[in-house]
Design a protein. Structure first.
Length: 255
């Protein structure tokens, strides 16, 4: 079951100590524990005020963010990370396989030339205009990123457990939250995107994904997790077994 939450700037508590926030057609997650937070992803560069506002909306300060976790190093998930590091010295932790990507030693992201082939679709054109206004073309390299130890729960608020889900990027990772039966799926499994034309659990449109075959295989990894709440990088929360969400997402798509 989807929880309708598409409005930019929304912050919704979806479980005990877990909040889903929405920016410019993209989400981030806040994990609260006592006086500290973990921030998972950070929207577009232009979403920085919304990220800071989402922290304040749940009664915290940006300085209370103990660390930022990244699902993957695409611009729409990295926007706030540099500013948080400069302003608050917030560390950024990524999967070891995504470290070089976060530092922009290489780039696995939709190119302008590939996007141009899809701009004849009105919804895609409107989305492209929105994200450019939100800073999609800005530089977001994170030289301060460092790799976490991916062999168990991280010693951070929410006790997230990294789960490697490569394909969308080589180092894409989801975060399992066993304590609340949830999983932060990033772009390995989404529940909507302005360019997809449909709602519900799905793979993000193929043009965004570096290795679609590997991304499809990662759905089976997600399906094996004990979770009945999916918190995607795009689209609303999904209440139901993650295995069912993965099954629906595995259905073929054409875009």
């Amino acid at each position: 079951m989807l929880v309708r939450m598409y409005a930019k700037g929304d912050v919704t508590q979806v479980a005990d100590g877990v909040f889903l926030a929405t920016g410019t057609d993209v989400n981030w997650v806040l994990l609260a524990d006592g006086a500290e937070l973990t921030l998972v992803d950070g929207g577009y560069p232009g979403d920085l005020p919304l990220v800071e506002r989402s922290v304040a909306a749940i009664g915290y300060r940006p300085q209370d963010v103990r660390a930022i976790l990244l699902t993957h190093a695409h611009t729409d998930h990295m926007g706030a990370l540099g500013a948080f590091h400069r302003r608050y010295r917030t560390p950024l932790l990524v999967h070891p396989a995504e470290l070089a990507h976060a530092r922009r030693e290489y780039l696995q992201q939709l190119t302008p030339a590939r996007l141009a082939r899809h701009l004849w679709r009105p919804a895609t054109l409107a989305w492209a205009v929105r994200i450019l206004r939100a800073g999609a073309a800005r530089e977001v390299a994170a030289a301060h990123a460092r790799a976490f130890d991916s062999s168990g729960p991280l010693d951070l608020p929410g006790r997230p457990v990294p789960v490697a889900t490569p394909g969308h990027t080589d180092g894409h990772v989801a975060y399992h939250l066993p304590g609340v039966g949830a999983v932060v799926t990033g772009d390995a499994l989404v529940t909507g995107h302005p360019t997809s034309g449909r709602d519900g659990p799905q793979q993000i449109p193929r043009m965004f994904t570096h290795d679609p075959d590997t991304a499809a295989e990662s759905l089976t990894v997600l399906a094996g997790l004990a979770a009945d709440l999916v918190l995607p990088g795009h689209g609303p929360a999904w209440h139901g077994p993650v295995g069912e969400a993965a099954r629906l997402a595995a259905a073929p798509y054409r875009r």
